[in-house]
Structure formats: C-alpha cells, structure tokens
Design a protein around this ligand. Structure first.
Ligand code: R5P
Length: 307
C-alpha cells in the first residue's frame, strides 16, 4: 500500500498510532502562524504518487478548518495520488436541519467544503440523526467505522453485571449494538432539549437496572448536560452510580468536572479526541478502514491501467 500519513497540528499522537498500526510512513509537516495569525504549512517529505491520509482530531474545528483545507490543496499540488481525511470525530453533524427560519445548515456546508478538498473520509460513528447516512451530504467516499465492538469489549472486561442506558432516542443505534455485543440488556430514555445547556429527560420503566451497573453510552459529550442529567436521574431512583462512556469526548468548558460532580462512578471515552478519560483505543478499527479504502483505490487504479 503506497500510503503515508500526515498529522494536522495537535493530532500527532493519533497519526502516529494509525501509521504504526498500518505499518506506513508519516510525512512530516512544518506548521506555524505568521505574526498576523495566518497559517504557514510546508510538507517536508515526498508525496508525489502516494496516497495520503490527513489525520485531524477536530475538537474545536473552526480554528483548524482553513489549515485543513490548505493542507489538502497543497498535497494535491505536490502530486499526491489521492488525499483522504481521517477525522475520528466528525464535527458539525448536529445542525443538520433548519430549526428556525434563516439558520445555516452547517452539516451540509461543512460536508461540501470537506468533499471539495478530499477524495475520501474515514470517521467513527458520526452523529447521524435526521441524516440517514454520510452519503446524503458528503460527495466523496465516506466510511463510518462503528465504535460498538471496541466499547462492548471494554464493558465485557471492566463492568460487572452491566445494563446499558442511552440518554435519547438517537442513541439507540449505538446502545443496542453495544448491549448485543456485550451480552446484556439496555434501556433508552427520552430527551427534550430546550437550549444548548438545558435538557429534560423522561425515564422508561428501569426495573431491569435493579442489581446491575448502569453504563451510560452516548456518542458526543459536549456540554455534558445530557450525561449529567441522566446520572442525576438514575441516582435519584436509588440505582448504583453509573459508568459514563463517550464515543467522542468533546467535553466543552467545565463539562468533565460537572459530570464527575453529578455523581458518575467513572467516566471513560474512546480516543477519537484526546482527553484524560481515553480508555478505549479505537486505532485498530480506524486503521483497518483506512487500509480497505486505500487498497480498493489502488485496485481501481491498477484495473484502469490494465484496461
Ligand atoms: C445529541 O443528540 C447527542 O447524541 C448527544 O446526546 C448530545 O450531543 C450531547 O450534548 P451535551 O453534552 O451538550 O448535552
């Protein structure tokens, strides 16, 4: 596989893990800011004729976006044969419709920018709610890698008598898969969001939880309000303190502290974004998805060349 990996500034460790898992080299990137804040980028290794995977952990994506697009453009200009984006956390997936007249549907705008810049995308469990699949908004080869096998493996080894809880209807897609793989039961709550930091939850009958360890699983923990409110509700009913699992530990501001304060027994996350809670390593499934995409592109090129 003629692939090299380039890390966006701040994503070096993630890129290194992926390159090592794939057994491919990294292409070094020099990057700095000019005095006026504009970004300077320089590729220090040859990329001509190679596939390139740009690894970007996109917490707080706005400051990173221009550099990401410029990097893809530079790689194409230097003759890379295909430039893909590995964004373990895909941002801008939640404003996927117009809730109030005049709103920007940023999921679609972000998808258009990324699709114009990259040939393929590998990500993990994007927030697909009103949008059924990435193909509905992304015009490139998009692969959504599931986190459920990794999370279920962690639950099986770390939790005694688990019962998985999803905080809202959207979470059922992850929660049901994790529960099936971990061989345990699950429940899904109902959520009504009335503001960026305010949610109300309705609980179903939770008698299945009696004598078990509640394990809350959500895709994104951002303000932490969804998780913290769920923890408090479950504790108020006299169940054991829950373990909280985030696929994408965004943890904006004081969200992590607030979740601990709410009474979570333990907070863990997948390492799609760097965070002290990272306990579930998803390098392997991401790397295998990258390998599959690049090998199939290479097979396609060989096929065309032999026609
Ligand atoms: C939304 O539907 C997601 O699945 C999460 O529940 C949500 O993004 C969590 O946000 P917050 O941490 O701000 O409550």
């Amino acid at each position: 596989m003629n692939l090299c990996v380039v890390a966006m500034p701040g994503s070096e460790q993630c890129a290194q893990r992926i390159a090592e898992r794939l057994g491919v080299p990294q292409c070094r990137l020099e990057s700095r800011r000019f005095p006026d804040g504009e970004i300077y980028l320089r590729l220090l290794d040859e990329v001509q004729g190679r596939h390139v995977a740009v690894v970007a952990q996109l917490r707080d994506p706005d400051p990173q976006l221009p550099g990401l697009l410029f990097l893809a453009d530079a790689l194409r200009g230097l003759g890379a044969s295909g430039v893909g984006l590995v964004a373990p956390y895909l941002p801008y997936m939640r404003q996927d419709t117009c809730f109030q007249a005049g709103e920007a549907i940023t999921s679609r705008s972000f998808a258009r920018l990324v699709s114009d810049a990259f040939a393929w995308l590998v990500t993990m469990d994007p927030h697909l709610h009103r949008i059924a699949s990435l193909d509905a908004i992304y015009d490139l080869r998009a692969v959504a890698v599931p986190s459920a096998p990794s999370i279920a493996a962690w639950v099986r080894t770390e939790v005694v008598q688990p019962h998985i809880v999803g905080p809202d209807v959207e979470s059922e897609q992850w929660v049901s898969d994790v529960a099936a793989r971990a061989g345990c039961s699950y429940s899904v709550l109902r959520k009504r969001r009335s503001g960026d930091r305010s949610v109300e939850l309705t609980l179903p009958d939770l008698e299945d939880l009696r004598g078990r360890t509640p394990v809350l699983v959500d895709d994104i923990v951002s303000s932490g309000q969804t998780m913290a409110t769920t923890v408090r509700k479950i504790a108020a009913l006299g169940f054991a303190a829950p373990i909280c699992i985030a696929v994408h530990p965004v943890f904006a501001g004081d969200a992590f502290a607030a979740l601990q304060l709410a009474g979570a027994a333990r907070v863990v996350s997948c390492n799609t974004l760097r965070h002290p809670t990272n306990a579930i390593d998803v390098t392997s499934p991401l790397a295998e998805a990258i390998r599959a995409v690049v090998e199939s592109l290479e097979r396609g090129t060989r096929h065309l060349a032999s026609d």
